[in-house]
Design a protein around this ligand. Structure first.
Ligand code: NAD
Length: 491
């Protein structure tokens, strides 16, 4: 099989073979834009997962002794294949997820950047040596790979998020199992078909479809060394606690409620443009979206008018149609929950400035226009909960310090942004805002692949984050080697 012909139905990829999952549960996948049934995914049985782990273990035995220069060669091929297949993969992603084609292309690019960074592992995996650490003693701390790692990933970035982990895990000498969201199995299968073509050894990289029972089996499996997770906060907490209780390394990234602060010293037009972009890209289904902007009172009315006018101009449609700015919500059930959250906002007394609920009566129920609320107070559902949809809340504040306090009062801490032209405000924000990814005059604080992807408070459970140098640390451990080589004439 070549990369251009991934299995037409979602298949597991275990020990170098495409296999139908052998569980009994099934889940139907519809195109969010048309409601057309795309496929049905069957979930893996526990024995499928056991097979993936044992394939990973076998592959690890050889891979851990493979020279690093050889380990990165399939990653260079993967980068090339991802670039050649970017449009085809983006199309699969749009049909299954609902985002726009441009968003899908951008997501894949972000994934490719992680492959590029992992190719630098001959440098990044080096660690310290000290000659003469003691009389006639040299000490060094070489990094070793550990074994089989698994990643459990969400539906909203089904190419980029697996690639936050996979290239780094294998570049450092480990083997890898991907358990993607059960809501995007076609995209994962397409991605794995490229990985197959890149020429990694059999069993090194495995794909198992499934839901929570697959996850729980991975968390408890004695031969898995570590777990990377990205998803909602309650599940992240469960993953962190369960994997740690089973002696594994774990990094678990959770949900978010990110704030933008708009200072009266900001370029308001620029801030409004970036606020709208951040809130509604990916239909608001992003952990880095800023769904609430807290705005200094002096400029609140002007900023609000600008945001509402820009939002009104957004075109909602099929992500594959040209001119679409925002795709549908991923599922009807999720769109229904967002409609209910909008109703809650009205009941709680926020001012509904733009109502996206009834804008597309002739389209499937996944279509939801962008919604904007004003005069949102800190206690409202709109200010505290992650809605994960196209809803933007605007809230007046007295000054930037009050905005930072709003961020710090949130139980989340994934990201935050400040728009200002005043250096002292920017500095205060950089020092005091309690969030892991900070943007200054940047609407979406998305770190490049060579920086770690932050996340604090209930947005992250663990120590070492995704991306960047944290990945080398997560996927390796250091031994300390104390060496003495006395001159000897006995042998
Ligand atoms: P989710 O938590 O529902 O699912 C994520 C993964 O967990 C999936 O693979 C799923 O199969 C598995 N899962 C679901 N329920 C489980 C259970 N009870 N036990 C064990 N495993 C379970 O998340 P989602 O809806 O796919 O994604 C959206 C969420 O992900 C949002 O909260 C978003 O903020 C978050 N997210 C966070 C980041 C980040 O970097 N912090 C990035 C992207 C998405």
């Amino acid at each position: 099989m070549t990369s251009n012909t991934p299995p037409s139905t979602p298949a597991n990829y275990i020990a170098g073979d495409w296999q139908p999952p052998s569980g009994t549960e099934r889940h139907q996948i519809n195109n969010p834009a048309t409601t057309e049934a795309l496929t049905t995914v069957t979930f893996s049985s526990q024995s499928d997962i056991d097979d993936a782990v044992s394939g990973g273990l076998d592959a690890f035995e050889t891979w851990r002794e493979t020279p690093v220069e050889e380990r990165i060669q399939p990653l260079f091929r993967l980068k090339q294949l991802l670039e050649e297949e970017q449009e085809a993969l983006a199309e699969t992603l749009v049909k299954e997820h609902g985002k726009t084609f441009d968003e899908a292309m951008g997501e894949i690019r972000r994934g490719i950047e992680n492959v590029e960074v992992a190719c630098g592992v001959p440098m990044t995996m080096q660690s310290g040596t000290l000659l003469n650490a003691a009389p006639e003693i040299d000490e060094s701390a070489p990094r070793r790979p550990l074994g089989v790692f698994a990643a459990i990933t969400p539906f909203n970035f089904p190419v980029m998020i697996p690639l936050w982990f996979l290239p780094h895990a294998v570049a450092t000498g480990n083997s890898f199992i991907l358990k993607p969201s059960e809501r995007v199995p076609l995209t994962s299968t397409h991605l794995l078909s490229l990985i197959e073509e890149a020429g990694f050894p059999e069993g090194l990289i495995n794909l198992v479809h499934g839901d929570k029972s697959a996850v729980n089996h991975l968390l408890e499996h004695p031969d898995i060394e570590g777990i990377s997770f990205v998803g909602s906060t309650p599940i992240a907490k469960h993953i962190y606690e369960t994997a740690a209780a089973h002696g594994k390394r774990v990094q678990a990234q959770g949900g978010a409620k990110n704030h933008i602060i708009v200072s009266k010293h900001a370029d308001l037009d620029f801030a409004a443009e970036k606020t709208v972009g951040s809130a509604f890209a990916n239909t608001g289904q992003r952990c880095l979206a800023n769904p609430i902007a807290v705005v200094e009172e002096d400029v609140y009315d002007e900023f609000t008018a600008n945001v509402v006018s820009r939002t009104r101009d957004l075109t909602v449609g099929d992500g594959l149609a040209s001119g679409t700015d925002m795709g549908p919500v991923h599922t009807e059930a999720h769109a229904k929950r967002i409609r209910e959250d909008i109703e809650t906002g009205i009941q709680e007394g926020a001012t509904l400035l733009l109502d996206g609920r009834e804008e597309y009566p002739d389209e499937p129920a996944t279509y939801l226009g962008p919604t904007v609320f004003g005069n949102v107070t800190p206690d409202m559902n709109l200010a505290t909960e992650e809605l994960f949809g196209p809803v933007l809340a605007l809230s007046p504040i007295s000054d930037v310090a009050a905005g930072i306090q709003r961020i710090n009062d949130s139980r989340y801490g994934n990201a935050a942004s400040l728009f200002t032209s005043k250096g002292s405000e920017a500095r205060q924000f950089k020092h005091d805002a309690e969030a892991g990814n900070l943007g200054i005059n940047a609407g979406t604080a998305a770190p490049m692949a060579f920086y770690h992807f932050g996340g604090w408070n209930e947005s992250f459970f663990g120590d070492l984050h995704a991306q960047g140098e944290d990945m080398v640390q997560f996927y390796t451990d250091k031994v300390v080697c104390i060496e003495r080589w006395p001159e000897s004439d006995t042998k």
